[in-house]
Design a protein around this ligand. Structure first.
Ligand SMILES: NC(=O)c1ccc[n+]([C@@H]2O[C@H](COP(=O)([O-])OP(=O)(O)OC[C@H]3O[C@@H](n4cnc5c(N)ncnc54)[C@H](O)[C@@H]3O)[C@@H](O)[C@H]2O)c1
Length: 424
């Protein structure tokens, strides 16, 4: 199997490239990146050293795409992933759309020409802001929790999160719209030109090596900034850090992407899963919720030399499947955290931060410098995605508990104390 992985030097792209190589023998990856994300250049040589053919090129440039060899699948991880892109004074709306939508069109043309399948990393940001901003919330344990009045809430949002049927009407942010339009075009191209399209709407991604900035990659940014004692502040919603996000490690996507590309039908995946589950759970697994025990096994679902990867290599065969084209993939309710809770975690791990002195009531004791009446465009109090459809259709669940994700970032801090200088 040959894969074209765009944005390969980015956070998700590099993690996915390494994970796919670990799990699939004989896999050929062609990588494409223009290295426009600061820090992405650090992945170039290490990935090349793994034998990956990485081309420096731009998805906005038709010629760069046209010169690429044929692949069976395109895994599209190239984008400007900031929800503030287009309004942050750094990137214009047009530039954002050129990258995130114009680039998609060129990749879809590539898929049409070569009959390749298309896998898009989309985003929770395709969901409408207004109903999310209007969601009644209460504060418990330094975090917003939605208040669900009996029978008055649409079934597309529950304590488990938003489902795929949650509205996607604008406004959703320019970024969200660029991804939503990419989704629509991908589905249209796939249907018209008969190639498979799979869209994975990711919640917040996090892990070691992410090029975290205040507006994107918040878990990495916050932990690195805390450890370096760089100024930090809560923004919006009373500036108490109560906004909640769930978090997913991108390596958890590997089993899902492999199933989507190889067309392994869910019942077989279930059999494999059942076999794996027959083994005794490790002590670590036992400390997790019952569902999470299944998750941890999933990350090793497709071993090297597994028949899984030799089956259904032809993307057109995969196109005949009845699995849904769009699924939410996210850490979910078990992996959610508010910024104030993340601050508590950081204080335990690294000691106090000057912007957030230790006190029993961390939030109310914040000095004025850490509070601001500023608000941030497109901010919402609570965003948790419900991945039940991915579980039902692909037997996929997140595998890495949020505590492990945060600890991985903390260890990366130890190895790269000046990471923020590199990425900002
Ligand atoms: N990080 C998240 O929390 C998150 C959440 C949901 C969805 N996503 C999606 O996942 C994908 C990957 O995000 P990420 O966090 O790895 O971002 P990233 O910025 O770390 O990686 C993106 C990579 O794409 C490259 N790139 C950007 N524009 C390009 C272009 N025109 N041509 C070639 N290369 C280009 C960048 O140099 C970078 O290496 C994006 O599509 C994003 O929308 C990310």
């Amino acid at each position: 199997m040959k894969i074209l992985l765009t944005g390969i030097c980015g956070f998700a792209g590099s993690v996915i490239a390494r994970g796919l190589l670990e799990h699939v023998s004989g896999l050929q990856i062609i990588g494409l990146d223009n290295l426009c994300r600061r820090g992405s250049e650090t992945n170039l040589e290490p990935l090349r050293a793994l034998g990956i053919d990485i081309r420096l090129g731009d998805i906005r440039n038709e010629d760069d795409i046209a010169s690429l060899p044929r692949a069976d699948w395109v895994v599209d991880c190239a984008a400007n992933p900031s929800v503030l892109a287009g309004v942050d004074g750094k990137t214009s709306a047009k530039e954002l759309l050129d990258h995130n939508l114009g680039g998609t069109i060129h990749l879809l043309e590539y898929c049409r020409r070569h009959g390749a399948g298309f896998l898009l990393l989309s985003t929770s940001r395709v969901y409408s802001i207004k109903p999310l901003a209007d969601l009644p919330v209460e504060v418990r344990d330094d975090a917003f929790h939605p208040v669900f009045a009996l029978n008055s809430q649409p079934s597309s949002i529950t304590p488990a999160g938003l489902t795929e049927s949650f509205p996607t009407d604008p406004p959703v942010s320019l970024y969200g719209t660029s991804k939503k339009c990419s989704e629509l075009l991908a589905l249209e191209y796939g249907s018209t030109f008969e190639f498979p399209v799979r869209i994975n709407r990711c919640g917040v991604l996090a892990g070691a090596g992410q090029f975290g900035k205040a507006d994107q990659g918040i878990f990495s940014y916050w932990i690195h900034s805390w450890a370096a004692r760089r100024p930090l502040k809560y923004i919006g919603f009373g500036a108490k850090g109560h906004q909640v996000r769930d978090c997913l490690h991108p390596r958890d996507l590997i089993p899902l992407l492999l199933k989507q590309m190889t067309g392994r039908p869910p019942p077989e995946a279930q059999e494999t899963q059942n076999r794996i589950n027959e083994g005794p759970p490790s002590a670590k697994d036992q400390s997790r919720a019952p569902d999470a025990q299944i998750d941890s096994s999933l990350s090793s679902l497709v071993p090297v030399e597994s028949p899984v990867v030799s089956a259904g290599r032809n993307p057109r065969e995969v196109a005949n499947q009845t699995t849904p084209a769009i699924v939410n993939v996210s850490g979910g309710a078990n992996s959610r955290m508010s910024l104030a809770q993340l601050s508590r975690w950081c204080a335990d791990r690294f000691g106090p931060h000057p912007s957030f002195p230790p006190a029993p009531d961390l939030v109310s004791s914040c000095p004025p410098s850490s509070k601001t009446s500023e608000s941030r465009p497109f901010d919402i109090p609570w965003m948790v995605l419900d991945s039940a459809l991915a579980k039902e259709s692909w037997n996929w669940q997140p595998a890495t508990p949020i505590g492990d994700v945060l600890e991985e970032i903390a260890q990366h801090v130890g190895q790269h104390p000046h990471w923020l200088d590199l990425v900002s």
